[in-house]
Write a protein that binds this ligand. Structure first.
Ligand code: HSE
Length: 446
């Protein structure tokens, strides 16, 4: 048998502990699949743990572990973008392959990290960074390598999907469900990353780069979370045959495809109305799902647990197994044995522009509150029609507080700048009492 592969696990939180458990549980399986003995030689942890095998060195000096001769592959699961970055850069400079679940770090500094890895002929693998246990990085970089990807849409934050599902199905309050998601190990250390859409935006930036061969551009992802979603809107959407899901979209808009908007790429994360019978509308709880539309394959859907110890450890160890096979050859340079980090050759990355929010095209759900006066509905619909906005459905509820009526309008796709102008005019109508509530609606994700 060839020499053993030595792993260091940096961080023993939910994911790090999940990796240790997975290796213990499936040791024989891992050896049979790789033909190599896989051993954990060092773990990086701030406090000594007595549940760790005594043969494993526990060390709080993570930089030392990243350079240790006793380590072939460094698994970074501490999270964050400062110390984790220093450690990964140090490991790369010391010729270590790195496996990380750190989507925030890669979304924000991946261009620099991948360039350094290429220069040092090592690989930074990151299956666990996107959609938990779903092997979406491998699918998009390898299985779909012959396709041109037009768009992808996905539920890519397990915590957010868990919260939305529990609220809708059980009417549970937002805060209670969030606490449960934290207890189950789904939520980020700072859960605002989950509920404000930032975690999903990190993952979308990674997926979009792989889909379109563009550099990582997290700062250009339009990002809206779920904190403003009310049960009232969830119920009106259901009444109209739609469901509100928190989705990430990466869409290539071509000038020749008949769209109203500009050519470029839309990167957006936001609550979205989708038809109740759409596949993504029925992905519930902590499940993630990514729907990819590619040519010539067509639509394919990838679904599974998007967060939690077991799901994330599965993805971490899939990367380790890939690297173990590379390390088993005489030539383990990443260029010869690996698809490029972002699926396209680094010198072939494209400068296709990312569209600004005002240039993006989606349908809309509008909730307008107005006094129940004759002609109000006509005024609202005239403003929309003057702006060239096509109404798809209207729902007017009977008057409730102080003679006001909620009017719900669904529109066909429109460029956001036009919708902004129309909403500003609607809000100026004397009979309209509140700010217009708007939620995007998308028919892509059928
Ligand atoms: N907080 C993340 C989620 C964990 O809920 O999806 C997995 O990335």
């Amino acid at each position: 048998m060839s020499k053993s592969i030595k792993l260091a696990i940096l961080g023993l939180g939910t994911v790090g502990t999940g990796v240790v458990n997975l290796i213990n549980d499936n040791l024989a399986e891992l050896k049979r699949r790789s033909g190599r003995e896989i051993i954990i030689t060092e773990v990086g942890t701030r406090r000594q743990r007595d549940d760790i095998d005594p043969s494993i060195i526990q060390n709080d000096d993570l930089m030392a572990i990243a350079a240790s001769d006793n380590v072939d592959i460094v698994i970074e699961v501490i999270g964050g973008t400062t110390l984790a970055k220093d450690i990964i850069m140090h490991a790369i400079k010391n010729g270590k392959h790195v496996v990380t679940a750190n989507k925030a770090l890669l979304a924000e500094h991946g261009n620099e990290i991948f360039a350094l890895a290429e220069a040092h002929d090592v690989h930074v693998a990151y299956e666990a960074a996107v959609a938990g246990g779903i092997p979406i990085i491998k699918v998009m970089r390898e299985a779909l390598a012959a396709n041109k990807i037009d768009w992808l849409a996905g539920i890519i934050n397990g915590t957010g999907n868990f919260i939305m599902t529990e609220m809708r199905d059980k009417g549970r309050p937002f805060e209670d469900v969030l606490v449960e998601a934290q207890e189950l190990g789904y939520a980020e250390a700072d859960p605002t990353f989950d509920v404000e859409g930032i975690d999903a935006a990190h993952k979308l930036a990674l997926l979009a780069s792989i889909a379109f061969g563009i550099p990582l551009q997290f700062d250009k992802v339009y990002c809206e979370g779920i904190t403003g979603i009310t049960l009232q809107d969830v119920n009106y959407a259901e009444e109209l045959g739609y469901r509100i899901k928190h989705l990430g979209f990466a869409v290539r808009r071509n000038s020749e495809d008949g769209q109203q908007g500009s050519a470029g790429i839309e990167l957006r994360v936001h609550p979205t109305l989708i038809p109740q019978d759409a596949l993504l509308a029925n992905v519930n709880g902590v499940k993630n799902a990514v729907l990819v539309n590619s040519h010539p394959l067509g639509q394919t859907l990838y679904c599974g647990d998007g967060a939690g110890a077991g799901a994330t450890a599965s993805a971490v160890m899939a990367d380790v197994m890939d690297l173990v096979r590379v390390l088993g050859t005489n030539d383990h340079s990443q260029r010869s044995h690996h698809v490029p980090h972002l699926a396209f050759m680094p010198e072939q990355l494209s400068d296709t522009p990312i569209l600004r929010a005002e240039q993006m095209t989606t349908g809309y759900y509008l909730r307008v509150h107005a006094y129940d006066n004759p002609g109000v509905l006509a005024d609202i619909t005239r403003i929309l029609s003057d702006a060239g906005i096509n109404i798809d459905a209207i729902l007017q509820k009977p008057a409730h507080k102080l003679g006001q009526v909620p009017v719900i309008i669904l529109t066909l796709p429109v460029v956001e700048s036009q919708m902004n102008l129309a909403i500003a005019k609607i809000e100026k109508l004397a009979a309209v009492t509140d700010k217009v509530v708007r939620i995007r609606l998308d028919e892509l994700a059928q």
